[in-house]
Design a protein around this ligand. Structure first.
Ligand code: NAD
Ligand code: UDP
Length: 319
């Protein structure tokens, strides 16, 4: 049985990855310090023999006994309100944490895939973004703690590949959504759906003309699975190229939820990227991957998940 270590296992994406690799017959070792994740996302796995969990901060030395064949490094706060609140931990997990993960991979002769992000392109001047674009990031702006840490993570991963011949994979993930997102994590989809469910107006930042391209989690997980098993070590974008303005997106959520509330404009956060759309030519050519779930289908599944949360979960909002 192949053994895979998944960091950030109790988070939104990490928990879906645990499910997928267990389904594929792997032994899954989950690791998380629960800073933004929740045990609830993985509690259904604790009864399984092929799952174990370490409550551990990956920015500190990592010890995992026994063989490890693969590592997925997904630990990191991912939502702007999270990483603005804990910028130092955010910088540490993708720098020190990545270094620890690469060292562990080297010791175990494991293949490692690191979760990078479309944020390495910053507020992009090239549209759509392909992997050859170097990006437009403000290192000292509020998003710098996340963007620069991820850029360092990519550089460190490439160095281990070049110097030590470590088998490495780099995925650049574009905005992804689905069940198990935290309703209060401040990202636009849970924010809008939470507001609709509580009967509040939907907070559109700026005039809503900025764009994003939303990928359903199952499609992303399939892309990660294929990239891990591929022999390609340079960065690959995975995302859904179906681009939409935030205003149109808000209108879609209003229609989906049937709320009587409206969109209200709030100040646009500093350095908020104006446009974002992945060029997925590489993923198509190298992995034979493209997204299958339309936004209409994916939003319905996600809305059904949020509708079933308890009143406590619904009303707990962070600012
Ligand atoms: P999330 O906040 O739901 O999950 C992150 C998990 O990492 C949490 O469970 C958190 O407790 C854990 N964590 C954070 N710091 C840690 C540390 N030092 N040690 C151990 N565990 C730690 O976020 P997510 O959306 O699931 O994102 C997961 C990964 O994917 C992140 O690396 C993120 O940068 C990347 N990513 C996500 C998206 C997206 O749209 N969701 C887009 C681009 C990149
Ligand atoms: N956004 C918004 N209202 C909210 C939360 C976010 O209009 O309540 C906007 C935000 O300004 C950005 C887009 O939605 O332009 C996506 O934001 P998110 O935090 O989900 O992700 P990111 O900016 O990291 O892509």
């Amino acid at each position: 049985m192949k053994r895979i270590l998944i960091t950030g296992a109790a988070g939104f994406l990490g928990s879906h990855l645990c499910d997928r690799f267990i389904k594929e017959g792997y032994y899954v070792i989950g690791m998380d310090n629960l800073i933004t994740g929740s045990i609830k996302n993985i509690e259904h796995l604790f009864k399984l023999e092929q799952f174990e969990f370490y409550h551990h901060d990956v920015s500190k030395y990592i010890h995992v006994p026994g063989q490890v064949d693969y590592i997925l490094h997904f630990a990191s706060p991912a939502s702007p309100i999270d990483y603005l609140k804990i910028p130092i931990q955010t910088l540490k997990v993708s720098s020190l944490g990545t270094h620890n993960i690469l060292g562990l991979a080297r010791a175990k002769k494991a293949r490692v895939l690191v979760a990078s992000t479309s944020e390495v392109y910053g507020d992009p001047t090239v549209h759509p973004q392909n992997e050859e674009y170097w990006g437009n990031v403000n290192p000292v702006g509020p998003r710098g703690c996340y963007d620069e840490a991820k850029r360092f993570m990519e550089a460190m991963t490439m160095a281990y590949n070049n110097v030590h011949g470590l088998e490495t994979r780099i995925i650049r993930i574009f905005n992804t959504y689905g069940p198990r997102m935290r309703l209060n994590d401040g990202r636009v989809l849970p924010a809008f759906i939470g507001q609709a469910l509580r009967g509040e107006d939907l907070t559109m930042f700026g005039d809503g003309s900025q764009t994003r391209s939303f990928c359903f989690v199952d499609d992303l997980v399939e892309g990660i699975y294929r990239l891990l098993l591929s022999d390609y070590h340079l960065p690959v974008n995975i995302g859904n190229p179906d681009e939409i303005t935030i205003k149109e997106f808000g209108e879609e959520i209003i229609k989906l939820t049937g709320t009587n509330q409206k969109l209200v404009a709030k100040p646009l956060p500093k350095d908020d990227p104006k446009q974002r759309q992945p060029d997925i030519t590489k993923a198509r050519e190298i992995l034979g991957w493209e997204p299958k779930v339309s936004r209409a289908e994916g939003l319905k599944i996600t809305y059904d998940y949020f509708k079933n949360l308890s009143a406590d979960e619904l009303n707990h909002v962070e600012h």
